[in-house]
Design a protein around this ligand. Structure first.
Ligand code: S3P
Length: 191
């Protein structure tokens, strides 16, 4: 199975946008785990959190990732396994089982950004980001706290790319470069 490219990392580090660009550039399928979860639940992620609770959201997220790890999609023309660019929600990697599935699928890239950049990209608001709506304190404080708590999980990846000072094209370039290096190291080829 050709290795997939998985983008994970904290909220507002550019996962979905960069994944979309990478999928177009590579001509690969684009899979957005949160979109699949929302589609299955029939409501946006924030409403799943409010109506059904975070545990239900995590259950659905886990289900989607386990299915991705189990599927073997092949190209209709050539019959070869079809690679994909997969973007996950910011908390997916915290679950060890999700992490194992994602690593089995391919290279797990963690997109990073400095807390002040994350807050700026969020427009200073937590709206649509339930993990930042809970708890006390200001947004900067919440982002810093959650980032710190998640640091060990975000460190267990194939490679990381800090997007703080990069635009989308540059971030995509950086991910592709690190992906090629990962493949050279792992498979002896960058193709
Ligand atoms: C979450 C991040 C969100 C979404 C959910 C939980 C998290 O995705 O999966 O709100 O725990 O960090 P994004 O990282 O795409 O915002």
């Amino acid at each position: 199975m050709a290795p997939c490219l998985i983008l994970t990392g904290f909220m507002a580090t550019g996962k979905s946008t960069v994944a979309g660009l990478l999928a177009r550039r590579l001509g690969w399928e684009l899979v957005d785990c949160d979109s699949i979860v929302a589609e299955r639940a029939g409501k946006p992620i924030a409403e799943i959190f409010i109506g059904d609770g975070e545990a239900r959201f995590r259950e659905l997220e886990h289900e989607v990732i386990a299915e991705l790890a189990a599927r073997r999609v092949r190209c209709a023309q050539c019959g070869r396994p079809r690679p994909a660019v997969i973007s996950t929600g910011g908390g997916a990697l915290l679950d060890a089982c999700n992490a194992a599935h994602l690593h089995a699928l391919g290279a797990v890239a963690c997109l990073e950004a400095r807390p002040e950049v994350i807050v700026r990209r969020l427009g200073g608001e937590a709206s649509g980001r339930p993990k930042l709506a809970e708890g006390s304190g200001g947004l900067v404080e919440k982002v810093a706290r959650l980032l710190e708590a998640r640091r060990p999980a975000y460190a267990r990846v194939s490679f990381a790319v800090d997007t703080s000072d990069l635009d989308v094209e540059q971030a995509a370039d950086a991910v592709l470069e690190a992906f090629a290096a990962w493949k050279r190291e792992r498979c002896g080829t960058s193709r």
